[in-house]
Design a protein around this ligand. Structure first.
Ligand code: NAD
Length: 266
């Protein structure tokens, strides 16, 4: 919807199509993209990692994330990157949430959290405190911190989500708290990974990558406290806009896209 709306608005004779591709046919599908001379394509889970072996070049964001969501076909050379984290950084800037050169606290170490942390590190966020629960993503949290510390100028540390004392201290030292986990996703009054709203303060910025519901429990508390907030919708718009700009060399008309999105999805 986003890309086709933008093509129509700009009078570009292009179409954005969706294909279901499983990992057994991924290689053939990629060859097909080359053979058909498509301008570019997106890849969703679980193909974001598997696609990397078939690309000719991977830009730093894709390499650091270990996942590619956007591919450009440059005269038969496939170049991959990850625009999820860029979407987060652009959404922050667009909403006056300035985090470059500052410290932030990020909850989570999955796909979204990794993209957010890596792009933040590449773009000059100075410190990231990562909080992760004791589940399958714990090792990923450690790897993410290691990559940030060795491959960017950002300093990162990992803490247990259950360590509420550290959570309060690190949020207090940060300009922004980011929920980059799926906790609260698609639940009307969802759970929240911070115990209560006393962890927030009016000059803290709060970003929840979740876009459904539009207001999670975290964002509801943040609003009550008076924080500047964002949900994940602008991040989603901006990751698409970044891909569009890369493929087409033109800005996606986001005002038009937002309007059509609202008409379709409320
Ligand atoms: P993932 O499965 O890769 O990662 C899940 C992360 O959430 C892990 O860190 C896991 O430990 C944590 N987690 C999940 N449920 C939890 C719970 N109940 N308690 C504690 N920790 C919990 O998932 P993902 O792809 O990173 O997606 C996470 C969320 O981000 C989803 O809600 C997704 O919709 C959203 N997302 C938004 C955008 C956007 O553009 N706004 C982009 C990508 C993903």
């Amino acid at each position: 919807m986003m890309h086709n709306t933008a093509f129509e608005a700009l009078g570009l004779d292009f179409a954005y199509l969706v294909f279901e591709v499983d990992q057994t046919t991924l290689k053939d599908a990629i060859q097909g993209m080359k053979a058909l001379k498509v301008k570019g394509f997106n890849v969703s889970m679980p193909n974001k990692t598997a696609v990397m072996q078939y690309l000719d070049e991977i830009l730093p964001a894709g390499q650091l994330c270990g996942a590619v969501n956007t591919v450009l076909n440059q005269d038969g050379r496939l170049i991959g990157t990850n625009t999820d984290g860029l979407g987060f950084m652009l959404a922050c800037e667009a909403q006056g949430m300035h985090i470059k050169g500052k410290k932030i606290t990020v909850l989570g170490a999955g796909g979204a959290a990794t993209a957010v942390c890596m792009q933040a590190g590449l773009d000059g966020v100075s410190e990231i405190s990562i909080f992760q629960g004791a589940d399958a993503f714990w090792d990923k949290a450690l790897q993410n911190a290691e990559k940030l510390n060795t491959q960017t100028s950002c300093k990162a540390k990992v803490f247990h989500l259950e360590d509420t004392e550290a959570l309060r201290r690190e949020i207090n030292d940060s300009v922004m708290l980011v929920n980059a986990t799926g906790c609260g996703f698609c639940q009307p009054i969802g759970p929240c990974l911070i115990p209560d709203k006393s962890y927030l303060r009016p000059d803290l910025m709060v970003f929840d990558v979740i876009y459904s519901p539009a207001e999670t429990q975290l964002l509801a508390w943040a609003k009550e406290v008076g924080c500047t907030c964002s949900n994940g919708l602008e991040m989603m718009f901006h990751q698409g806009a970044a891909a569009f700009k890369w493929w087409m060399g033109k800005e996606m008309p986001l005002d038009i896209v937002r309007k059509v999105f609202k008409e379709l999805y409320g």
